[in-house]
Design a protein. Structure first.
Ligand SMILES: NC(=O)c1ccc[n+]([C@@H]2O[C@H](COP(=O)([O-])OP(=O)(O)OC[C@H]3O[C@@H](n4cnc5c(N)ncnc54)[C@H](OP(=O)(O)O)[C@@H]3O)[C@@H](O)[C@H]2O)c1
Length: 243
């Protein structure tokens, strides 16, 4: 059996990834924070592909919730072979000289600290060092990590740069333990993460002339999670329409 866990799987890129993984033959555990109805719809979409799925409410800013999420998915579906470290948030648009500590705590807490904790929990459940059979971690970063997001959310960009460093460093730590660690850097993708009007304003700016669809990121994540990417680790791939 192949079992994958997708954090932030109720909506957007995570929801599309759960469905793409199911089409590839994975059973899928779906983590979400509050939007249970949407998570249930993703569970149904996975089941329509003939695979098993469960949805688990867990706030990834709470370490105990991360452990409970992993334990519930492995108890319900079986040992994990892939973890998609996808949940994330942006802050309201603003300049660095306007940020306060509360804002920074929030964005770094979910995008960087929780991403580290999820990756660590994944290693404990997949690494041969911990008695398991190996697997793949896919970290969802952002092109913002490279572009910097001036005037919008440099803090978000920096939190995603931390994710890119996590991908490189952790990949080297666990390469000989059967675990590959990869990343994706989406550009502008049509999801609810954007403030109203942002996609209308920026959507045609990528060289390909349009925003991306969550399914176009999900295809890449499903490829990276599979054995089709067997000689890849420690690298992050852009999926950004050239942006
Ligand atoms: N969309 C883009 O243009 C874009 C570009 C680059 C990178 N990304 C990255 O791609 C990832 C997914 O983004 P998206 O656009 O699909 O976002 P989205 O549509 O806003 O969905 C965010 C997901 O994360 C979950 N989540 C948020 N905070 C959480 C928490 N504290 N604990 C547990 N789950 C939490 C949400 O759960 P609920 O539904 O329960 O709230 C939801 O499932 C993020 O890491 C984002 O930074 C997105």
């Amino acid at each position: 059996m192949t079992v994958a866990l997708v954090t932030g799987g109720s909506r957007g890129i995570g929801a599309a990834t759960a469905v793409a993984l199911a089409a590839d033959g994975w059973d899928v555990g779906i983590g979400y924070r509050t939007r249970g109805d949407e998570a249930d719809r993703v569970v149904e979409a996975v089941k329509q592909q003939g695979r098993r799925a469960i949805a688990v409410a867990a706030d990834l800013t709470v370490q105990e919730d991360i452990e409970r999420l992993f334990n519930t998915v492995t108890t319900g579906l079986g040992p994990l072979s892939a973890v998609i470290n996808n949940a994330g948030v942006v802050s309201p648009a603003g300049r660095v000289d306007e940020y306060d500590a509360e804002r920074l705590d929030n964005v770094f807490r979910i995008n960087a600290i929780s991403a580290f904790l999820v990756a660590g929990a994944a290693v404990r459940r997949m690494s041969t060092k911990h008695g398991h059979h190996g697997g793949v971690i896919v970290n969802v970063s952002s092109r913002a990590a490279v572009l910097g997001s001036a005037g919008e959310y440099v803090d978000y960009a920096a939190s995603k740069a931390a994710v890119d460093a996590l991908t490189i460093g952790l990949a080297n730590e666990v390469a000989k333990e059967g675990v590959r660690v990869l990343g994706v850097r989406p550009g502008l993708i049509e999801t609810e993460i954007h403030e109203p009007g942002r996609l209308d304003r920026l959507g045609t700016t990528p060289p390909l002339g349009r925003p991306g669809k969550p399914e176009e990121v999900a295809e890449l994540i499903a490829f990276l999670a599979s054995s089709r990417s067997s000689y890849m680790t420690g690298t992050t791939v852009d999926v950004s329409g050239g942006r």
